[in-house]
Design a protein around this ligand. Structure first.
Ligand SMILES: C[S@@+](CC[C@H](N)C(=O)[O-])C[C@H]1O[C@@H](n2cnc3c(N)ncnc32)[C@H](O)[C@@H]1O
Length: 276
C-alpha cells in the first residue's frame, strides 16, 4: 500500500492541505506538500505520476493528467433513477426491510450510497488509508448537499481492515442483518468480454485501479465470507457474471445481471426471505 505521496496545492489552500497531511499521517501515510502556482489541467498533464491534490473541490487523487474522487455528488442522477424494484443489489440485500448492513469492501462507496438511498443503514469499511480519506471527504461534501444529506446520515464510515472488524463482531456476539462484499477480482481471471468492458472503465474506477494495483497486496475476500457468515442473517457477494464463487462456496441464491451477479448466503440460524 502507498506509504508516501506528494500533495500538490496552491497557496490559497495550504491550511486545508496541512489538515489532510495530519489526518493521513495518523493513518500511516507520509504526505509531502508541494505548493504550485496553478494547479490546472496543464500542470497535471506535465506531472502524470500519482499524487494528491487539494483545491476548491477538496482532496483528489491525480494521475495521468486526471483528477479523481469518489465524487458522491456525481451519483445523484443515478440515485434518482433507482428503485427497490429496479435495482438487483436492493433485492439481493433485501433493502425493502431497511436492514442494518455492513459493507466490508467500501471502494468508492457507490454501492453503499445506492443502498443507503433506498433505506439501508450502512457501516462502510475501508482499509486503504488514502481511499478512506477520499471517502471521508466525499461524505463531508455530501452532508451539505440538499439531496444527499439525508442519504449520508445513514452511512457510518469506519477505517479498518474488515477481517479485524468482523472478528470483533464475532467476539462480542454482535449480529447484523446483511454483510455486503465486493472484493477485488483480478482482471486476468475474468473472461475476455469482461476484460473488454474493463478496458472502458470510467474515470472514477481508474481511481481504484491506481490505488489498488493487481501486483500489490489484494484481499480477494475469501476469509471475509467465512467471518461474515458468523454474524449476518445474509451475506451478499458481488462477482463478475462468470467468476468462480468466493471461497469456492456455492451460493444459496443468485441474482444474475449482464456484467455482474449477486451471490447470497443465508444463515440457517435466522429466518430470512428472498425478494425476487
Ligand atoms: C472492488 S472495490 C469495492 C467497490 C465498491 N463496491 C463501490 O461501490 O465502489 C473493493 C474495495 O474493498 C477494499 N477492501 C478489500 N479488502 C478489504 C478488507 N479486508 N478490509 C477493508 N477493505 C477492504 C479495497 O481496498 C477496495 O477499496
Amino acid at each position: 500500500m502507498v506509504s508516501e505521496i506528494r500533495l500538490f496545492t496552491e497557496t490559497a489552500f495550504i491550511q486545508k492541505a496541512q489538515s489532510y497531511q495530519t489526518v493521513l499521517s495518523s493513518r500511516g501515510v507520509v504526505v509531502n506538500i508541494e505548493i504550485v502556482e496553478k494547479l490546472n489541467a496543464r500542470f497535471l498533464r506535465l506531472n502524470p505520476e500519482m499524487a494528491l491534490c487539494v483545491d476548491d473541490a477538496g482532496l483528489s487523487l491525480s494521475a495521468n493528467g486526471m483528477k479523481m474522487q469518489p465524487d458522491w455528488k456525481a451519483e445523484i442522477p443515478r440515485l434518482k433513477r433507482a428503485s427497490l424494484k429496479s435495482e438487483m443489489i436492493a433485492r439481493a440485500c433485501n433493502i425493502s426491510e431497511k436492514p442494518s448492513l455492513i459493507d466490508a469492501t467500501a471502494g468508492l462507496g457507490h454501492d453503499t450510497l445506492l443502498m443507503a438511498h433506498l433505506g439501508a443503514n450502512v457501516t462502510l469499511i475501508e482499509r486503504h488509508p488514502i481511499l478512506f480519506t477520499l471517502l471521508e471527504d466525499s461524505k463531508k461534501q455530501a452532508e451539505s448537499d440538499p439531496f444527499l444529506s439525508k442519504v449520508v446520515s445513514r452511512i457510518h464510515l469506519v477505517f479498518s481492515d474488515s477481517n479485524t472488524y468482523l472478528q470483533q463482531h464475532i467476539d462480542e456476539h454482535k449480529t447484523v442483518d446483511v454483510v455486503y462484499l465486493d472484493p477485488m477480482f483480478p482482471q486476468r481471471d475474468q473472461n475476455q468480454q469482461a476484460i473488454k468492458k474493463q478496458a472502458q472503465v470510467k474515470k472514477q474506477m481508474q481511481l481504484l485501479h491506481m490505488l489498488l494495483p493487481e501486483d500489490g497486496e489484494m484481499d480477494l475476500g475469501d476469509h471475509l465470507l467465512v467471518l461474515a457468515q458468523q454474524i449476518a442473517k445474509r451475506v451478499v457477494v458481488k462477482r463478475p457474471r462468470l467468476a468462480v464463487f468466493l471461497n469456492d462456496q456455492s451460493t444459496d441464491h443468485q441474482w444474475l445481471g449482464d456484467a455482474c451477479r449477486f451471490d447470497a448466503y443465508f444463515n440457517s440460524a435466522f429466518v430470512d426471505k428472498i425478494v425476487e
